[in-house]
Design a protein around this ligand. Structure first.
Ligand code: GLN
Length: 394
């Protein structure tokens, strides 16, 4: 038989999504792949039920149903105080995942350098390989996950096509400050690079932190592509709806890529999700209140158990330090992936190994999420408490 492409030998399946399969196989509580276990807002469900009979059931316009593009342009336009043209500056995609991939394929030639902060969302690695881009990793330094501006400028100096900014950051929960975003914007402008933002957690930013859209900073719209998603904001990860918004020159390119990758996102789901995008501010206030409670509850639970962890400024992810376990003889030589597999099986809680997110050689962190009901978080914390009962006798 002929060989398969070189391309697919360069990356593995997603470890985040693999952990969900492992969680399911062992009936573990799944705190690995981030998605909520509660229902989407009722108005979306009511709309979906009606659409089941009324349609649409056939293709929407390839770059997104008009009413959804109108709603997204209006919402994002309010956020960045700019008129956005729903015809030329908005593309609806199959999740934030396709939005990122479409942008990378649109702007990168093989060999183009792209700056990626580490830790980074796992998909960017595969996005870079598939588009032929060469990532230059800039470390975010724990515990604050700040970056060194000189190191960032040195990377730009190498001649880069784009920088990817995941804000709030998956997995470390960093929310970039205005000063940081301005610096990134200044460097991108000075070195003539694009900025690609991934803002799927834009509505999960905890006080006193605030979400700032990089595209809204003075002079930045022309070189910034904002990727986002409806998945997290409206608890509809399975509907696979994302989008990108940016200047026509880039969006028109991304539309072509999207046209041949997927033709379009599911029409009935776009129609129902439109109801969500048109919800008023109260919805977002309630959402952040709900997630703030979950974050505080979960982090306090981890404190009680004695597990060191990050406190996210945004997103619903917590990085937990497992050094105390890996230093036990029973785990000698184990990778964080092996530990996560063991934990799903024996402790009954699934996490994502930190090595999926760090370029650096990091083996002592695992990522948990708290987009779960109170009862599930309670049970997960009970099970995690068993970790601290471990000793070196086996
Ligand atoms: N962003 C989510 C995570 O990091 C999952 C997204 C996905 O699997 N498409 O877990």
């Amino acid at each position: 038989m002929p060989e398969l492409s070189q391309r697919i030998t360069q990356f593995t399946d997603s470890v985040i999504r693999r952990m969900t399969r492992i969680a399911d196989a062992h009936h573990a509580i799944n705190l690995s792949q981030g998605f909520p276990d509660f229902d989407p807002p009722k108005p979306l469900l009511d709309a979906l039920a009606k659409i089941a009979y009324d349609g649409p059931h056939q293709y929407s316009v390839t770059y997104g149903a008009k009413n959804l593009r109108d709603a997204l342009a209006a919402k994002h336009g309010r956020a960045i105080k700019r008129d956005i043209d729903p015809e030329t500056e908005v593309l609806v995609t199959c999740g934030g995942t396709e939005a990122m991939m479409a942008v990378m394929l649109t702007i990168c030639n093989p060999g183009d350098k792209v700056i990626v902060f580490s830790p980074f969302y796992e998909n960017y690695g595969a996005d870079a390989i598939l588009s032929g881009a060469e990532p230059i990793y800039i470390p975010l330094h724990p515990p604050t996950y700040n970056f060194d501006p000189n190191q960032l400028e040195a990377a730009f100096r190498q001649g880069v096509k784009a920088i990817i900014v995941c804000n709030p950051s998956n997995p470390c929960g960093k929310v970039f400050t205005r000063a940081e975003l301005e610096l990134i914007g200044t460097l991108a402008t000075a070195y003539d690079a694009f900025v690609i933002t991934d803002e799927v957690y834009e509505h999960m930013v905890y006080k006193p932190h605030v979400h700032i859209h990089l595209a809204g900073l003075p002079g930045m719209y022309a070189r910034t592509i904002t990727c986002s998603s409806l998945s997290k904001t409206y608890s509809i990860t399975g509907w696979r709806l994302g989008y990108l918004i940016g200047p026509e020159m880039i969006v028109e390119g991304a539309k072509k890529v999207h046209d041949f990758l997927t033709v379009g996102a599911p029409a009935p789901l776009q129609e129902a999700a439109c109801v969500g995008v048109n919800l008023g501010d109260d919805y977002y206030h309630e959402l952040i209140e709900r997630y703030t409670k979950k974050r505080d509850y979960f982090c306090q639970g981890l404190d009680r158990i004695g597990l060191d962890h990050t406190i996210p400024q945004g997103s619903y992810f917590v990085l937990v330090d497992i050094s105390q376990f890996l230093s036990m003889k029973r785990f000698a030589g184990w990778t964080d992936l092996a530990f996560c597999e063991w934990m799903a099986k024996k402790i009954g809680v699934a996490a994502v190994p930190g090595s999926s997110f760090f370029k650096e050689n990091i083996n002592h962190l695992i990522r948990l999420h708290f987009a779960r009901s109170q009862a599930t978080l309670d049970e997960a914390l009970n099970r995690l408490a068993n970790l601290t009962q471990l000793n070196d006798v086996y």
